[in-house]
Design a protein around this ligand. Structure first.
Ligand code: PFF
Length: 446
């Protein structure tokens, strides 16, 4: 069986942007920003995207294109070592863990989207969220969301993922621009914009390590790094691509959509709620911002239409990310165990149906997986990929980096390799250590 590939370069870029742009941008980014000092967080986050995110993205691309394999097969084949194969397999497992909570949140969004048509939550937005977030209703919508995800993955690389994301991505940008134009011109929006954009140096000084940790976790999550998504997507690429160029475009588009989402969320919150108080300010749980926004829609003219547009955007964004999560273990079973795509997708959908239901039924488990466990796994995963590229591939990585690129980009190769070998994994391992110590209840930062 010949391996699939992307039909066009744009198709690959949009699929990778589709993976990156998701709940991380529209739901987690504004929430993290609100919790970590607004503009102070924004600045650190942008710096980490540039200094760690982009080189990390390129490292995953290099592994994927060079091996033409899923993460486990890629690391094994390129090194001939089973231990490195296990590092890749860790990514495959992370993808399943990730999808198990993501699909539950995807289910909430799907439900809000449908309820926007009937006005279901307009009477009491807060109580509504509390009645649907966990338990059997959550299981039902998780299963529906997972079903949609599986349908696209079943279609394969060209006819499923590429076709779907090519429609979804432009739709998301158009809708978000329209919503941002509306939100930023509302009376009272100024307070939201200044919280978001006026740089607060004092906050940053007082909370530097907290902001740094949160920004690093968010940067990996939003760029879909540390799992092997970008390895898998790049494995369907030919040699005619300039990876550095594609990687930069993907990072810019993803960050642009995240920042754009901030222009919708903060003005709306400040204009309707007055200030970030209550659940939004305290970051009170995964539904906080979500409840506030739904609440905002209930208070404005044409709120229902806006709610349909807004939740419609998030459903599309969430789907284009969840398909990239499911594609990793599917590619693994197809590549390494010779399963048909259909069988692999069915088996994995069955597994995630169970693991996701466990999250949907147990709020404490959900919280642990969605915040702590995922951050730890992504950080460890990316550190592993970087060490592999830096120390095992070495010069071959630079050759792969340079394939299809002009001389200007090629001259960046050695500096990129140096950072991938040294400071980037050290930074990630440092973050991992601090997070693990925090988990064990030890604070080294006072
Ligand atoms: N980048 C996605 C988002 O921001 O919602 C989440 C994600 C997708 C993380 C795929 C990791 C991944 F492999």
């Amino acid at each position: 069986m010949t391996r699939e590939s992307w039909r066009t370069r744009l198709g690959f870029i949009l699929a990778a942007v589709g993976s990156a742009v998701g709940l991380g941008n529209v739901w987690r980014f504004p929430w993290m920003t609100a919790e970590n000092g607004g503009s102070a967080f924004l600045v650190v986050y942008l710096a980490i995207i540039l200094l760690i995110g982009v080189p990390g993205l390129l490292a995953e691309f290099v592994i994927g294109r060079r091996s033409q394999r899923n993460p486990a097969g890629a690391l094994f084949r390129l090194s001939g070592s089973k231990s490195w194969g296990a590092v890749g397999l860790f990514g495959v497992v992370t993808a399943v863990v990730l999808l198990s909570f993501y699909s539950v949140v995807g289910g909430w969004i799907l439900r809000y989207f449908l309820a926007s048509f009937t006005g279901g939550y307009f009477g009491s937005p807060g109580a509504y969220f509390g009645s649907i977030n966990f338990g059997l209703p959550a299981v039902g919508f998780h299963v529906a969301f997972l079903g949609l995800t599986s349908l696209v993955v079943l279609g394969g690389v060209r006819d499923g993922i590429e076709k779907a994301t090519k429609v979804m991505m432009p739709a998301i940008v158009v809708l978000l621009v329209a919503l941002a134009a509306w939100a930023t011109t509302r009376t009272g929006a100024d307070a939201g914009l200044s919280f978001y954009l006026d740089f607060d140096a004092a906050y940053l000084r007082a909370n530097f390590f907290d902001v740094l940790g949160a920004a690093a976790g968010q940067a990996l999550f939003t760029l879909s790094l540390g799992v092997g998504t970008m390895i898998t997507y790049a494995s369907y690429l030919g040699d005619d691509h300039n990876l550095a160029f594609d990687g930069s475009i993907i990072a810019v588009l993803n960050t642009g959509v995240g920042v754009l989402a901030g222009f919708v969320v903060f003005p709306l919150l400040f204009a309707t709620v007055g200030e970030l108080t209550g659940p939004a300010a305290s970051g009170g749980g995964p539904g906080a911002l979500f409840v506030s926004l739904a609440g905002a829609f209930t208070q404005v003219p044409f709120g229902q239409v806006l709610a349909i547009a807004f939740f419609g955007v998030i459903v599309l964004a969430a789907l284009s990310s969840s398909i990239s999560m499911l594609e990793i273990p599917v590619a693994y079973l197809v590549d390494e165990h010779d399963l048909e795509r259909r069988t692999a997708t069915g088996a994995l959908a069955g597994l995630v149906l169970l693991t996701g239901s466990a999250n949907a039924l147990n709020p404490a488990l959900f919280d642990f997986v969605a915040s702590t466990l995922v951050d730890l796994m992504l950080t460890a995963g990316l550190a592993g990929f970087l060490v592999f590229v830096g120390w095992v591939l070495g010069k071959d990585a630079v050759a792969e980096f340079s394939t299809g690129a002009g001389s200007r980009v090629q001259s960046l190769g050695p500096a990129w390799l140096w950072s991938v070998r040294t400071i980037l994994p050290l930074f990630l391992l440092g973050t991992l250590a601090v997070n693990l110590l925090a988990l064990a209840g030890v604070s080294i930062l006072g």
